[in-house]
Design a protein around this ligand. Structure first.
Ligand SMILES: NC(=O)c1ccc[n+]([C@@H]2O[C@H](COP(=O)([O-])OP(=O)(O)OC[C@H]3O[C@@H](n4cnc5c(N)ncnc54)[C@H](O)[C@@H]3O)[C@@H](O)[C@H]2O)c1
Length: 344
């Protein structure tokens, strides 16, 4: 089996998760761990004895035997690090969000296409067992026609210095929306506020409207006393609750809903009473694959390189997510909500 030599740049919070997973893949040689901070390089030197620990990214770029580079640095550095890697002929796996602008994403996509290289974005949740189960349920029509999606991703989170909470946490939600729903909204409205001197928004609410009656809402926050990772999806046949913070039974399917009367009642009183009929069926918690999402993701990246496949989360999906992030950010800056005057 062909050996793939992989190097990682960025060994802070997220990078070690990639290294642990790539290191477990038989036909991968985990060759470099690169970080600017010496203390981060010291952390696992004894665990990965054959890996080269360094602080000079150029060494990875100039190594002709290195096949792929994983980028797990802050988003502002993604474009230049990924561009150098692609121009040097390396396949790239890039942390979310892909870049700081859609123009940067487009440039990376063009270089990767021209050089026939794999460009994959780390939309981790797309590879998560419960999410793959939900996708299957949507695609097979088990939920019926989709009516709404409502998501809450909040905790007392790490206040990032370079991006706001939408770019940090909303990137996960938009990648899930992109994968699960597979359509772009026709409009997006966002409101967000910074509660520090940085003017970087730490709480935001975003609402999307689609061509049909489907609507979506997202609440993201670094300023919540409790950690909540919940997504609710309502369909005409069934509704589901995805609670990623639960250790088990993360997905619960409710056979609940309403039935619209096919023939409206004749009198006004009967119409008032019987606008809808309620369905209270059973709840089930289906079994899903418990494998770590990053295990699937890293295996998929290697498979795409060896077998020349297009990744599930390719540059185009990264671009679509960044477009939504840009639009949400513009909407927050515009503050174009309808004004309300209420006397009390
Ligand atoms: N998929 C997920 O669930 C998930 C979770 C957390 C973070 N992330 C993403 O991972 C990326 C990194 O986030 P993090 O929380 O690990 O950040 P971090 O600040 O903890 O780590 C980033 C590391 O990159 C290093 N670095 C920066 N520029 C460098 C350069 N030019 N050369 C070498 N090293 C360099 C820094 O020294 C730092 O150690 C971000 O894009 C973030 O959005 C994804």
């Amino acid at each position: 089996m062909r050996q793939i030599a992989v190097g990682i740049v960025g060994y802070g919070y997220w990078g070690p998760n990639f290294v642990r997973n790539f290191n477990e893949i038989d036909n991968v040689e985990m060759k470099y761990i690169c970080d600017l901070q010496p203390a981060n390089l010291e952390r696992h030197r004894s665990r990965y004895k054959s890996v080269i620990f360094n602080s000079d990214y150029n060494e990875l770029i100039e190594d002709k035997d290195l096949d792929a580079i994983v980028i797990a640095t802050p988003v502002d550095t993604h474009f230049s690090l990924a561009k150098q890697a692609l121009l040097a002929g390396k396949h790239v796996l890039l942390s979310k969000p892909m870049c700081r602008s859609s123009a940067q994403c487009e440039e990376l996509i063009a270089i990767a296409a021209e050089k026939e290289l794999v460009l994959m974005v780390d939309h981790t949740f797309v590879y998560h067992g419960p999410v793959r189960l939900i996708k299957q349920m949507i695609d097979t029509g088990e939920l019926g026609d989709l009516l709404y999606l409502s998501s809450t991703r909040i905790n007392l989170g790490i206040f990032q210095h370079d991006v706001n909470v939408v770019w940090d946490l909303g990137a996960h939600d938009f990648s899930l929306l992109d994968y699960l729903i597979g359509r772009a909204p026709k409009s997006l409205q966002a409101i967000g506020k910074s509660h520090t001197d940085t003017r970087i928004e730490d709480v935001a609410f975003m609402t999307m409207e689609f061509e049909d009656d489907f609507i979506a809402h997202f609440h993201v926050s670094w300023l919540s006393p409790v950690k909540i990772r919940e997504m609710m999806i309502g369909g005409t046949r069934k509704m589901l609750m995805f609670d990623d913070h639960r250790p088990i039974e993360k997905v619960r399917i409710y056979d609940k809903g309403i039935e619209l009367l096919s023939k409206p009642p004749e009198t006004e009183t009967a119409r008032y009473k019987a606008l809808v009929q309620y369905r209270h069926g059973e709840m089930k918690a289906p079994v899903y694959d418990m494998t770590e999402a990053l295990k699937y993701e890293t295996l998929h990246f290697v498979d795409c390189i060896i077998n020349k496949k297009v990744p599930l989360t390719d540059g185009h999906s990264g671009l679509r997510v960044v477009r939504l992030l840009e639009i949400a950010e513009q909407s927050i800056k515009k503050q174009s909500l309808s004004s309300v005057t209420l006397e009390r």
